[in-house]
Design a protein around this ligand. Structure first.
Ligand code: SF4
Length: 437
């Protein structure tokens, strides 16, 4: 009788790769995954420990599964940050498992199944990613984690406390993983890390993202490479290469978290940029790649943020004309430098500023999307929503965070494949298209 588990994933794309890797090791050890917790012998909560709201969400999941009588392994970033406190206080979590060596998960699962209550916090291992793993993304797409940890130490961020300093994976390991994924029919490789712009800076003190892209250029096949999380203060020297070799594979899509535009506030965040620097970077990118799509992130309510800082940000938004932006309110995180900074911005003020920036961005995003009207693009088909009606994404839309393309097709489309489409309309952040076969 096989042992069964349900994996409950939380957090970011990097943590999703960890969840997939956990599943690969469990499956190797004879465990079988289920689609619902009810069917499973044990539940593995792969937690997020980044900010208050995310921590609460992971802990509530543990409490919920325990209420349903499940044996629980609590894994992930929350454990890396609070292992001892969790073991002492969250008794609902039977086994507490750290994420530095995911290959040890089967021991934790067996212990939970046999009624143990314990902590298992493995020491770091070299390459903590399984290239051949179940994928939790929609068909045709996969996240490829190229770095772990971060050396930027933004004053509000707990990631370096959780994931440690920057550790870049070996290029040959990444290429090997990409080839394996392509052989499995994957069409989109999303390169992720806390800051992929810093790729290689730990091992060679120079940026190696260009070298990695050159190696990806040599692989055969029709597929996309998407770059997510590029720190604006050290944007890598990749534009000439993309201009020369972009041709459909390397998407002119850049996720560049600016966080704010006020120089004084960015300095307090331990970031070097300002509105002028960031506008100059956007000009450089758009000069090299005029069809570029830029996503960013803004953090509102950081200690000391003033109305003047907000005016600087609103003005920056006007000039930057970003395609997409996610807006978040600042979360006080212990052991981060910002935690002791003052004056605090009241939550309701932070929330009002967040919604003002988001409202302004919504108008800009819709205007930016209108430029695709009547044009033809490849769309990665992900799911069917009704007869002859499919959902997919074009180059300008990253998984999970941007809008989608609603595709009308007279013939059946294969999930995880590219189809050529003509954009016919926009509804909010989604585009509508006719399939051109
Ligand atoms: S770049 Fe800054 S915000 Fe991003 S993970 Fe690193 S320290 Fe955190």
């Amino acid at each position: 009788m096989s042992k069964t588990y349900f994996l409950d994933p939380f957090g970011c794309a990097k943590n999703q790769v960890d969840a997939e890797t956990l599943m690969a090791y469990l499956n190797d050890a004879g465990w079988v995954s289920t689609f619902s917790p009810e069917e499973a012998d044990i539940v593995i909560v792969n937690s997020c420990g980044f900010i208050e709201a995310a921590k609460r969400e992971s802990i509530n999941a543990v409490l919920e599964h325990k209420r349903n009588g499940k044996r629980i392994v609590l894994a992930g970033c929350l454990v890396e940050r609070y292992a001892k406190d969790l073991f002492e206080s969250l008794t609902e979590a039977d086994v507490i498992f750290g994420n530095k060596d995911l290959s040890k998960i089967a021991s934790a699962a067996d212990a939970a199944l046999h009624g143990a209550r314990m902590q298992l916090i493995p020491l770091p291992t070299d390459d903590n990613v399984r290239k051949n793993r179940p994928l939790l993304s929609l068909p045709g797409s996969a996240y490829v984690k190229i770095t772990e940890g971060c050396n930027n130490h933004c004053s509000f961020c707990s990631i370096p406390l959780i994931r440690g300093g920057l550790k870049s994976r070996k290029i040959e390991d990444i290429i090997d993983e990409c080839q394996t994924l392509l052989d499995r029919g994957i069409k989109e490789l999303c390169l992720v890390g806390q800051d992929i712009a810093a790729f290689g800076m730990d091992s060679s003190s120079r940026q190696l993202l260009l070298t990695l892209l050159e190696a990806l250029f040599c692989l055969n096949g029709n597929f996309w490479v998407r770059l997510l999380y590029l720190h604006p203060d050290h944007f890598p020297p990749i534009l000439d290469f993309l201009k020369k070799n972009g041709g459909g594979r390397f998407l002119p899509y850049f996720d560049i978290p600016f966080q704010h535009a006020s120089k004084s506030l960015l300095q307090k965040m331990n970031r070097k940029g300002c509105a002028e620097d960031y506008l100059a970077l956007l000009d450089r990118i758009r000069d090299a790649l005029p069809s570029s799509v830029i996503r960013s992130t803004f953090l509102l309510g950081f200690p000391g943020e003033t109305d003047a800082d907000m005016e600087t940000l609103f003005d920056f938004q006007e000039k930057a004309r970003l395609d997409w932006a996610g807006c978040f309110t600042y979360s006080r995180e212990e052991n981060t430098p910002a935690n002791s900074m003052k004056p605090h911005v009241p939550k309701r003020v932070a929330e009002r500023r967040r919604s003002l920036v988001q409202e302004k961005q919504t108008v800009i995003t819709e205007k930016q999307l209108d430029r695709f009207m009547g044009q033809k693009f490849d769309v990665l088909v992900e799911e069917e929503v009704d007869d002859g009606l499919y959902l997919g994404r074009m180059f300008a839309q990253a998984p999970e965070v941007d809008g989608a393309v609603v595709v009308h097709a007279d013939t059946a489309l294969r999930f995880g494949s590219f189809v050529s489409c003509k954009i016919t309309a926009r509804a909010g952040f989604d585009l509508t298209a006719e399939c051109i076969l």
